[in-house]
Design a protein around this ligand. Structure first.
Ligand code: FAD
Length: 468
């Protein structure tokens, strides 16, 4: 018998924690997950990825936005969309996902414990009941920390979940505001800005940087900027926020946002979306002999081990790239390594999906990266409107762009904006992973009519540019 209560204790039941735990039981280890919320799934299922993506889908459907390319700009499926309309679909999907995950964990023999976990020493974790009435200490040979992040708070901003929100509570809005100001034009800020704008809310998007989504290819980010403006989003870039405060005006309860440039914005609601912080405050991490960086995150090596080799950290807690997809894989790989199963690191080539309206997805390098690195490249583009499928679905704005080496013709990047971008990108990802060239797309046959045909059109376009 082992001297420990568990072979593996996982703290946190988000995507990374679940995959670590299931991998552990697949290796026939005694595994438990401690989760402090009464529901499993983490930020991903309960407040972040799944609710926001489901809400987006509901908005695209009910507002008629998706079909306006066919039926005109005033087409709507439902007048006066309410929060209840949106939550109906969101709650259904979230509850189904939780059920699926609960079954998965139970079927795989993972013990789930509802408790707030904190360290007593490097192998002992205190599991406190959520009513704070009691606790028990358990020991584990190996521990995976998968506690994720919470929205960053600025102590000078009076967040109240009524007028001033973060991305953790924005979906608890009681009604649709007339105006919304989003501070922070990162992925989450841009996603919410575009979702609310599609509902007809007057959105202002503020960021101190000079462009939206700096890691996205410039042409694609510009296309998003254009679409947002078309949806009446006011974009204020290069603007620093000085204060955000609730004010009571003759027109009702508002929020006043003062900018360092002297401008001020008065808005019904404000969403502060400026980064996320590792959820490590209550872990007593120092009792495990560990310390976090200034943003509460834990440094790890390529096997996801912290400075204590039996304690692993995975998912958003370790920072970049902070995606549900990569978090799952990190959890699985950490558990493999913990029990001596050969495992790699998450591959460097992974896709990004950004669920703005229009949807964006990318894999590989951008034009800006390659210019900085002095790599000779060429591009090939295809507009959805040139493709039969684009016409059928009424997406006249979609664009697929291939970037390839001008001499070797190797595919270096795929950047897409438009319907289905986050699915479509995987074709390019596979070709890149296998070291393919732009010629693959020209010489292959795609189903017709599909958006995938954009690859062929972009391939021809790219090769023609080489000849020109
Ligand atoms: C609004 C929003 C939209 C997003 N959209 C996408 C998207 O479209 N695609 C994508 O790939 N990613 C998206 N993400 C990111 C994605 O949600 C995260 O990458 C993912 O949830 C990280 O998983 P995780 O397992 O690291 O942590 P989490 O999902 O955050 O789970 C951590 C869990 O640990 C628990 N916990 C914390 N501390 C303790 C403790 N001391 N004791 C016990 N339990 C504890 C928490 O309660 C939580 O359940 C989005 C995030 C947000 C906020």
């Amino acid at each position: 018998m082992s001297e420990f209560d568990y072979d593996l204790l996982v703290v946190g039941s988000g995507p990374s924690g679940q995959r670590a735990a299931i991998q552990g039981t697949k290796l026939r280890k005694r595994v438990a997950i401690a989760e402090r919320k009464s529901v499993i799934g983490g930020t991903c299922v309960n407040t972040g990825t799944i609710p926001s993506k489901t809400m987006r889908e509901a908005v695209l459907h009910l507002s008629g936005y998706r079909y306006r390319g066919l039926y005109g700009a005033s087409y709507t499926v439902k007048e006066n969309i309410t929060i209840a309309d949106l939550l109906f679909r969101t709650d259904h999907v979230v509850n189904s996902e939780i059920e699926v995950m609960r079954h998965q964990l139970a079927r795989n023999g993972v013990e789930t414990i509802v408790a707030d976990a904190s360290f007593v020493d490097p192998h002992t974790v205190r599991l406190a009941s959520m009513d704070r009435r009691g606790h028990r200490d358990v020991t584990a040979a190996r521990i995976v920390l998968a506690v994720g992040t919470r929205a960053s708070h600025d102590e000078h901003i009076p967040f109240d979940g009524q007028r001033i929100f973060t991305s953790d509570d924005i979906l608890t809005l009681q009604g649709l505001p007339r105006t919304l100001t989003v501070v922070g034009a990162g992925v989450i800020g841009c996603e919410f800005a575009s979702i609310f704008a599609a509902l007809g809310v007057r959105v202002t998007l503020v960021d101190k940087r000079s462009r939206l989504l700096p890691f996205v290819d410039g042409e694609i980010a510009e296309a998003l900027t254009y679409r947002l403006r078309e949806n009446r989003v006011t974009i204020r870039l290069g603007e620093e926020v000085s204060t955000i405060e609730p004010v009571d005006t003759e027109h009702g309860e508002k929020v006043r946002i003062k900018l360092a440039s002297g401008k001020q914005i008065v808005t019904d609601k404000a969403l502060y979306s400026v980064g996320r912080q590792g959820a490590t405050e209550s872990l007593n991490i120092e009792l495990a002999g560990l310390s976090t960086d200034s943003r509460g995150r834990l440094p790890v090596n390529e096997h996801y081990q912290t400075a204590q080799s039996h304690i692993y950290a995975v998912g958003d807690l370790i920072g970049f790239p902070s995606l549900a997809s990569t978090s799952m894989e990190q959890g699985r790989l950490a558990a493999c390594h913990a029990f001596g199963v050969a495992a790699t690191s998450v591959p460097a080539l992974f896709p990004y999906g950004i669920y703005t309206i229009l949807e964006i997805s990318m894999v590989g390098r951008t034009e800006e990266d390659l210019t900085d690195e002095g790599v000779p490249y060429e591009i090939g583009t295809a507009h959805y409107r040139e493709i039969a499928r684009g016409q059928i679905i009424g997406d006249n704005n979609g664009l697929l762009k291939l970037i390839f080496h001008a001499e070797t013709r190797e595919l270096l990047g795929v950047h897409i904006i438009g319907e289905g971008a986050s699915e479509l990108v995987h074709i390019g990802q596979a070709v890149m992973a296998l070291g393919g060239t732009i010629d693959y797309f020209v010489n292959t046959v795609f189903n017709y009519p599909t958006l995938a045909e954009c690859y062929k059109t972009a391939g021809f376009n790219g090769i023609n540019r080489l000849v020109a």
